[in-house]
Ligand binder design. Structure first.
Ligand code: SRM
Ligand code: SF4
Length: 559
């Protein structure tokens, strides 16, 4: 049996539940009953046995025991190491790299300073070739290679640079996303950075962890959009706040859409709930939604526990009323009508662009598949300080933006060795490439993604002339962390057969639209072997037939 610390005990019956250690203290009786019911899902039982937030205090003790050679990670209780550590942001990579952890952070609105970049580099530096980072599809950072013996130090190190890893996994709210060029954007209605920060501070208590919000029925995604580009994808977040101008007052308010999500069983696009909130109401509104979700959400079949299921069960009006009640009896305003005469083309953030501040530019650089080797954290910090204002922005497309670069510095920035790898002039496929982690690190993956994705893009760009950016998203399994359904071409790990034998395969999705009038991509073909000899001709054919690509004159490659 794994090592149990003092506060952990197996729960035999509801009457034995310790409200403090189980994390049930903040739940009303009805929610406690759901968490303790016989049909509650496996993860509810794990939470009742001991709340994941206990790891915030236990990790230092465990790490110290390991350092002193008094225990090993293998001796730790299975649910602690594989599940509860995720409340502290530590994801055990048992299947691919046993004994090492991925550490997921929160980077509200994707903004990092050079000091933070260096601090992140320092965390992974001791792990040599096993350490690296990734920019995620929530404009966030994940670090790799961390061991249990150093876990407490890694947590302290990120807290010391003003970041947190708490409440980033399992049934917690994910990174709050906003406009990646907030504060610089000539077309924004509002700077989303303070809003994202304020929502995050409420959720994680300034990064120290918030016991009131650690026992939700499931994960939840929130984003704030401030332009017609909808950079953070309100349509696929559980809660999307869309900045709009109220015609009467001219004030910016936030229309609310609810219920977007991807999963193995269901992919849902958000819907409006005929509600708008003022700037002052944004954070209390999000807090109320989270508490309504915590108190009223389902805890039985885990495939039916995301926010949309609860809203559908309650009905939109009842949901609105409950949220207003949790806000202290607020009558929520109806949504503000929005109409535009002209179509809006979603902007590409890669390359050099003028900011709203005269004489300053932002420069979007394409990070291949979002992977950041350790040394690049330091180089990125140096480059940001040398040519910009020392800060960078991360995007949901897993790229980086150098900001506040004086026009006179652009040439110097573009000449940096880092920007020969993170290219602002990336090809039209490379700049649209997004990939989830895949089987290199993720135990749920059906295929390898990032390396394969980069090789295929390189091969296709060498063969074809492509008239415009094509957004290809790779996702290693139907959880769709790589957001295959938002892509022009989505590739999802799926079963395939070759000569009657099971091989790594993909399902292809086509036609995702993002920005205004967003639509999910639809399944086009399944069962394609993922080996390059099969996938390369298939993608070549799709690019030629559906995206107007033509074979380059020099290589004679044809459909
Ligand atoms: Fe995800 C689980 C990686 C964005 C839907 N996701 C996982 C785990 C934690 C599984 C695991 O333990 O190995 C993956 C960690 C692999 C690793 O080592 O990196 C993982 N998800 C990711 C990231 C890193 C993909 C990436 O390469 O960028 C993204 C981290 C975002 C962040 O910073 O927090 C990531 N995951 C997403 C998104 C996209 C989004 O948020 O826009 C989705 C679909 C949207 C959604 O959630 O509605 C997504 N991940 C899932 C799901 C399915 C959720 C569901 O309701 O069924 C799982 C599995 C689960 O939760 O049971 C999952
Ligand atoms: Fe892992 Fe699947 Fe998510 Fe990719 S989509 S990171 S393979 S869970």
């Amino acid at each position: 049996m794994g090592r149990r610390l003092a506060c952990q005990a197996a729960v035999e019956s509801p009457s034995e539940v310790d409200l403090e250690t189980s994390g049930l203290r903040h739940l009303p009786q009805a929610a406690r009953d759901r968490a303790l019911a016989k049909n509650a899902n496996k993860f509810e039982k794990v939470k009742v046995a001991k709340c994941g937030s206990r790891m915030w205090t236990e990790i230092p003790e465990l790490a110290e025991l390991i350092r002193r050679g008094e225990t090993k990670w293998e001796d730790l209780e299975l649910d602690d190491i594989d599940i509860r550590m995720k409340w502290a942001g530590l994801f055990h990579r048992r299947k691919r790299h046993p004994g090492t952890f991925m550490m997921r952070l929160k980077v509200p609105n994707g903004e990092l300073t050079s000091a933070q970049l260096r601090g992140l580099g320092e965390v992974v530096l001791p792990y040599g070739a096993d350490g690296c980072g990734d920019i995620t599809t929530r404009a966030n950072i994940q670090l790799r290679g961390i061991t249990m013996a150093e876990a407490d130090r890694a947590i302290d190190a990120v807290q010391a640079i003003g970041l947190t890893s708490y409440q980033t996994g399992m049934d917690n709210v994910r990174n709050i996303t906003g406009n990646p060029i907030a504060g610089l954007d000539p077309h924004e209605l509002v700077d989303t950075r303070p809003i994202c920060q304020e929502i995050q501070d409420m959720i994680v208590n300034g990064g120290k962890g918030n016991p009131e919000l650690v026992n939700l029925p499931r994960k939840l995604n929130i984003c704030v959009s401030s332009t017609r580009d909808d950079f953070p994808h309100t349509h696929i977040n559980d809660v999307g706040l869309e900045a709009v101008v109220e015609p009467g007052s001219g004030e910016v308010v936030y229309n609310v859409v609810i219920g977007g999500y991807f999963s193995v069983k269901r992919n849902a696009v958000s819907f409006p709930i005929d509600t708008s909130v003022t700037r002052e109401q944004v954070t209390p509104f999000c807090e109320a939604v989270l508490k309504v979700f915590r108190d009223h959400g389902e805890r039985a079949n885990r495939q039916k526990t995301r926010l949309i299921w609860m809203v559908e069960a309650l009905g939109i009006e009842k949901f609105r009323d409950l949220v207003g009640e949790y806000m202290g009896g607020v009558q929520l305003a109806r949504s503000v009508p929005v109409s535009h005469a002209e179509r809006w083309e979603r902007r590409d953030l890669i390359g050099v662009h003028p900011q709203k501040q005269a004489g300053l530019c932002f420069v979007g650089a394409c990070v291949p598949a979002g992977r950041i080797p350790t040394a690049d954290f330091f180089e990125m910090a140096d480059v940001a300080e040398r040519w910009g204002d020392g800060t960078v922005r991360l995007t949901c497309e897993e790229n980086v933006i150098f900001v506040n670069v004086p026009e006179g510095n652009v040439e110097g920035l573009l000449a940096e060795p880092l920007l020969q790898r993170y290219r602002p002039d990336a090809g039209l496929l490379e700049r649209g490439l997004v990939s989830c982690t895949g089987s290199q690190f993720c135990g749920l993956a059906l295929i390898e993604t990032k390396n394969r994705a980069m090789r295929l893009v390189e091969a296709l760009e060498a063969e074809l002339d492509i008239p415009k950016t094509v957004r290809i998203h790779w996702t290693g399994c139907p959880n769709s962390c790589g957001q295959a359904q938002v892509a022009d071409i989505g590739l999802m790990g799926a079963p395939a057969k070759l000569d009657g034998k099971a091989v790594e395969g993909v399902k292809i999705f086509l036609g995702g639209k993002i920005g205004e009038g967003a639509e999910l991509a639809q399944e086009f073909e399944a069962g394609i072997p993922a080996q390059e000899e099969y996938l390369l001709p298939k993608l070549r054919e799709i690019l030629i037939e559906k995206f107007g690509a033509t074979p380059k004159a020099s290589n004679g490659a044809g459909p």
